[in-house]
Design a protein around this ligand. Structure first.
Ligand code: AMP
Length: 120
């Protein structure tokens, strides 16, 4: 079990957020520092630290994150034009909050996928 982060406080409504969705497995709320016109975070209610900690026991919550992303993209009016889903993992993945979360990004063209790194 991961240490609780600010996201657990948001899930438990101990901290304010712009919450868009919650069920028994996942919660979705707007990112406080949006990088795109639509920037929503979808998180499991259970504080799983990162993708490195995901097990078969988490498959229902991980799958629900995807179906909720699809629903919220429709609600936000970005489904037709497309969007990007990102899950950062660990230090090289530049994950800042150690509670796994999916970024739903859209409302404009998000640009190229990555800055290419040279292979050595
Ligand atoms: P990551 O770098 O993938 O760990 O992303 C963490 C994200 O959490 C960033 O996009 C932050 O802007 C966002 N964030 C941090 N604190 C909050 C908060 N209190 N409410 C909403 N989003 C937050």
């Amino acid at each position: 079990m991961a240490t609780e982060t600010i996201f657990t406080k948001i899930i438990n409504k101990e901290l304010p957020s712009d919450m868009l969705y919650q069920d028994e497995l996942v919660t979705a709320f707007r990112d406080i520092n949006p990088a795109m016109p639509t920037h929503v975070l979808i998180v499991p209610n259970e504080p799983i630290a990162s993708n490195a900690d995901v097990t078969e026991a988490h498959e229902a919550a991980m799958g629900r994150m995807h179906t909720v992303a699809r629903k919220l993209a429709e609600d936000e009016g970005i489904a037709q034009d497309g969007y990007r889903l990102i899950i950062n993992c660990g230090e090289n993945g530049r994950q800042e909050v150690p509670h796994i979360h999916m970024h739903l990004l859209g409302g404009a063209n998000v640009g190229p996928m990555l800055i290419r790194q040279k292979s050595s």
